[in-house]
Design a protein around this ligand. Structure first.
Ligand SMILES: NC(=O)c1ccc[n+]([C@@H]2O[C@H](COP(=O)([O-])OP(=O)(O)OC[C@H]3O[C@@H](n4cnc5c(N)ncnc54)[C@H](OP(=O)(O)O)[C@@H]3O)[C@@H](O)[C@H]2O)c1
Length: 271
């Protein structure tokens, strides 16, 4: 059975992708850690849209989780012809104050897991001569971001990697999109230890950014930034002197970071 696999489908942008694609008749494999949320979403979408929806409750940061997920879909004869690498999280603060294990987990999830799942499913898509991959990067991927240093760097990797493979595999019938949302109203900020979205005023709804991604895919684009303000900021950053960009971001974020009462990420051991 052909199916669309979405990581990080239990909330936010991933859940919005699941709802939208279910309405379009896609069979789904939903992946995240929160089993209750995934089970409820699968039940709801199957009932409402007469599709088949499976879920895999897994911590993608666990050892060889990408391989276990891949085998699970192969063993259940799920032919993943549409992959959305969406699971990810951020952090904010002075880098040395952030919890190292959490920073490494973030880089692992945002980068290593995305690369591994892309590799595993892309091979099958190439064999079949068709398939679609959306890698969820960020508008933050276009410039270094002081106080979100490792997060922005992880997304810079995603943008560079995805744009490159999109070019490699376009002629082989595989559509690959680098999708860069700006500030979107999800659990992201809470998970990152932020009290509110920073830098950008216009926060978008997950349904709207999903619409942007799917429209871009339809038009054959290989990269899209959601929101025209985010687009302008990203393009301006690319043509401005690096030091000017980092200094102006730091000027805005430093007081916010210093005024935040709760640390962005402190491990249980350190508390
Ligand atoms: N919201 C924004 O402003 C924004 C802007 C730019 C880019 N993005 C990107 O958009 C993507 C989705 O984020 P979101 O905004 O929708 O935030 P969100 O609501 O916090 O969703 C994150 C999703 O990732 C899953 N996840 C987190 N850690 C996981 C792990 N170790 N294993 C498996 N699943 C895991 C979460 O599910 P469980 O907790 O159930 O595991 C959840 O479904 C991320 O890659 C993020 O970097 C977001």
């Amino acid at each position: 059975m052909k199916a669309t696999l979405i990581t990080g489908a239990s909330s936010g942008i991933g859940e919005a992708f699941a709802r939208r694609l279910a309405a379009e008749g896609h069979n789904l494999v939903l992946v995240a850690r929160s089993e209750d949320k995934l089970a409820a979403l699968c039940d709801e979408l199957m009932l409402e849209h007469k599709i088949t929806a499976h879920y895999v409750a897994i911590d993608l940061n666990d050892y060889q989780a990408d391989l276990r997920l891949f085998k699970e879909t192969v063993n259940h004869d799920l032919d993943i012809n549409f992959l959305i690498n969406n699971a990810g999280f951020g952090s904010m603060g002075y880098f040395a104050d952030l919890d190292l294990d959490r920073e490494l987990s973030m880089v692992n999830l945002n980068v290593m897991v995305l690369v591994a799942l892309t590799h595993r499913y892309l091979r099958l898509m190439v064999e079949e001569g068709e398939g679609t991959i959306i890698n969820v990067s960020s508008a933050a991927s276009f410039q270094p971001l002081p106080f979100m240093a490792a997060y922005a760097a992880s997304k810079a990797f995603v943008t560079s990697f995805t744009q490159a493979i999109a070019e490699e595999y376009g002629p082989k019938g595989i559509r690959i999109l680098n999708f860069c949302p700006g500030a979107t109203d999800t659990g992201f900020f809470d998970a990152a230890g932020m009290e509110e979205p920073v830098m950008i005023k216009g926060v978008e709804e997950p349904e709207d950014v999903v619409e942007t991604a799917l429209n871009a895919l339809e038009k054959g684009k290989t990269s899209v930034i959601s929101g025209w303000k985010n687009y302008l900021v990203a393009k301006a950053a690319q043509i401005s002197p690096d030091k000017m960009v980092t200094a102006s971001v730091a000027k805005v974020l430093r007081p916010k970071v210093e005024s935040q009462s709760r640390p962005a990420a402190v491990s249980d051991e350190e508390e």
